[in-house]
Design a protein. Structure first.
Length: 255
């Protein structure tokens, strides 16, 4: 079952009826800072203006994670796709530090997502092509040893020690599912399905929350994978777009 809601996640999450097993999302990166000022064409979203100060963004992030703490089940986890730009290369590290210092959450793993195409810096003499993004695996500090993955036992030693088949922290997947004028900062269904295979159950009772649902990629992947999803999105147009994807058997923009 897929449910989509239009609204601010800080207002909508307390209204949800049931907790979630997994939060899988990509928040705004706070990187719409362009030399020469701002215009509608320079924003990455149709409604949200991604141009907070660092202080504003970090304070907002803490509010978001405190809301996550109330909706996430025991031993649940958060997969948080966050990257940087030319303007703010230090920012992902500041965000993770703020989360660790001011919430009940900590970083458990960092997954590297290698994309098919890189972000070019054709005019830069010293910056490398950015071909990867982070997916931070975040759990409660008290659950760092008990959160769940889909690792399977490979063998058990004579003394009872279990050994597991590996889940690697490196994922290769498409950048996105296709261009959308509503949102220029989407990730791909391929990426989300690979993450679900690592951490989610193929069970309609397993619930995935995406509080920044955008054009519905996480919900699209949940539908294809076989678990339930709840998406929250500020933009009504993007909610309608997402509903169309799901109603068309979740195949829009997906090969």
């Amino acid at each position: 079952m897929i449910n989509l809601y239009c609204g601010d996640c800080l207002e909508m999450i307390p209204k949800l009826d049931e907790p979630s097993d997994l939060i899988l999302t990509s928040p705004p990166y706070n990187m719409t800072k362009r030399k020469g000022g701002f215009s509608d064409k320079k924003y990455r979203y149709d409604v949200y203006r991604d141009d907070k100060t660092y202080k504003e963004y970090l304070e907002w992030t803490i509010k978001v994670f405190k809301s996550f703490d109330k909706i996430l089940k025991k031993n649940g986890l958060i997969l948080y796709n966050f990257s940087y730009s030319v303007e703010n290369p230090v920012f992902p590290y500041l965000v993770i530090s703020e989360i660790y210092n001011n919430t009940n959450f900590t970083l458990a793993d960092t997954i590297i997502w290698k994309k098919q195409s890189s972000m070019p810096y054709p005019a830069s003499p010293n910056r490398a092509q950015r071909i990867f993004e982070f997916v931070f695996v975040i759990v409660r500090k008290t659950e760092i040893k008990t959160f769940k993955t889909n690792k399977t036992v490979s063998k058990i030693s004579p003394n009872g020690q279990k050994y597991y088949n590996p889940i690697f922290n490196f994922v290769e997947a498409k950048n996105n599912d296709g261009k959308s004028e509503l949102n220029e900062a989407t990730f791909s269904t391929e990426l989300v399905i690979k993450l679900l295979k690592m951490y989610a159950k193929k069970d309609k009772n397993f619930k995935v929350l995406d509080p920044f649902s955008g054009t519905g990629t996480t919900m699209n992947a949940c539908e294809l994978y076989g678990c339930s999803g709840v998406g929250i999105e500020l933009s009504l147009q993007q909610v309608k777009f997402s509903e169309e994807r799901i109603n068309n058997k979740a195949n829009l923009f997906f090969d």
